[in-house]
Design a protein around this ligand. Structure first.
Ligand SMILES: NC(=O)c1ccc[n+]([C@@H]2O[C@H](COP(=O)([O-])OP(=O)(O)OC[C@H]3O[C@@H](n4cnc5c(N)ncnc54)[C@H](O)[C@@H]3O)[C@@H](O)[C@H]2O)c1
Length: 267
């Protein structure tokens, strides 16, 4: 069986470095290149590996030289959209973990992927436990009328709330088919204390050094609460999901949003 050739975009970032190591460690995959806007050498070395991987600050150059089957992107939203268009139009499939893409961005990725007969997976969270949390939250959302989300991340995270928190909220709203009840606070003495709101769901973002990524979804009802919590203690947690997406995306056409579809999590 031939290897799936992979290029990682954003390879020098926190997630990119993990993806580089995970791709190299998988016998079914071949890392053919790594790109990052901050690249200042010709190669990167992977810990524990003798082989040097070509590094470039231009994804275009790497795609032209190595014709990857899959481009994996963990960068920033603007860069992710450019790399998406570049990859799809040049015959590569696409896995995007970068958060902050809009619905318009997703529609564009789907349109271009279909036009060029390629697959794309965009997932706000590749940690399988977090995806199962969302699945369980969707079930509870049908039966419980009040819910709030607390998401906790490291202090370097650029966006708030997290893409996962928004995806969790949207998933619960879709499953429920109507807004949640948001109890009005008569006097908010400190603006923002009740969090941001999506159709009755308050979202609270905590940013602290020492954290990686956690999320707690707390439902409330008469005389009871239900808490569902997931903690990512290391970025390795995302890698089985990323590797699954790389192996699945080459079999798909058009866009798949979220890991749940690839895990066959039914309703
Ligand atoms: N989907 C998930 O499971 C998941 C998990 C964690 C983080 N994320 C998301 O992944 C993204 C990256 O997170 P991070 O913590 O690795 O960030 P980071 O800042 O550590 O890394 C981003 C990297 O992208 C590079 N970059 C920026 N613009 C670029 C461009 N135009 N071309 C090429 N490279 C470019 C930067 O130089 C940097 O090395 C964020 O959007 C974050 O929210 C997703």
């Amino acid at each position: 069986m031939s290897h799936i050739k992979v290029v990682v975009n954003g390879a020098l970032g926190r997630m990119g470095q993990q993806v580089v190591s995970a791709v190299v460690a998988d016998p079914g995959l071949q890392l053919v290149g790594a790109s990052d806007i901050k690249a200042d050498g010709d190669y990167i070395r992977v810990p524990g590996q003798a082989k040097k991987i070509p590094l470039h600050n231009s994804l275009t150059t790497l795609i032209e030289m190595y014709h990857p089957d899959v481009v994996v992107d963990f960068t920033v939203p603007g860069a992710a959209m450019s790399s998406a268009m570049l990859a799809l139009k040049n015959g590569a499939n696409l896995v995007i973990g970068t958060t902050g893409l809009t619905d318009v961005d997703l529609a564009e990725i789907d349109k271009v992927a279909l036009k060029y007969n390629r697959g794309a997976v965009v997932a706000a969270n590749f940690a399988i436990g977090a995806v199962i949390l969302m699945h369980l939250a969707n079930i509870a959302a049908k039966y419980l009328d009040n819910v709030e989300i607390i998401e906790l991340h490291h202090d370097k995270k650029m966006d708030a709330p997290s893409g996962t928190a928004l995806a969790t909220a949207r998933g619960m709203l879709e499953a429920r088919g109507k807004p949640f009840i948001f109890p009005a606070t008569e006097k908010e003495t400190l603006t923002g204390t009740r969090g941001g709101q999506v159709e009755g769901i308050a979202i609270h973002s905590v940013r602290l050094p020492g954290l990686v990524a956690s999320q707690e979804v707390i439902f409330g009802a008469l005389g009871q609460t239900l808490s569902i919590r997931h903690d990512t203690v290391s970025r390795e947690s995302f890698m089985p999901g990323v590797i699954l997406a790389v192996k699945e995306v080459v079999k798909r056409h058009g866009l798949v949003v979220g890991l749940d579809t690839l895990l066959n999590l039914g309703d």
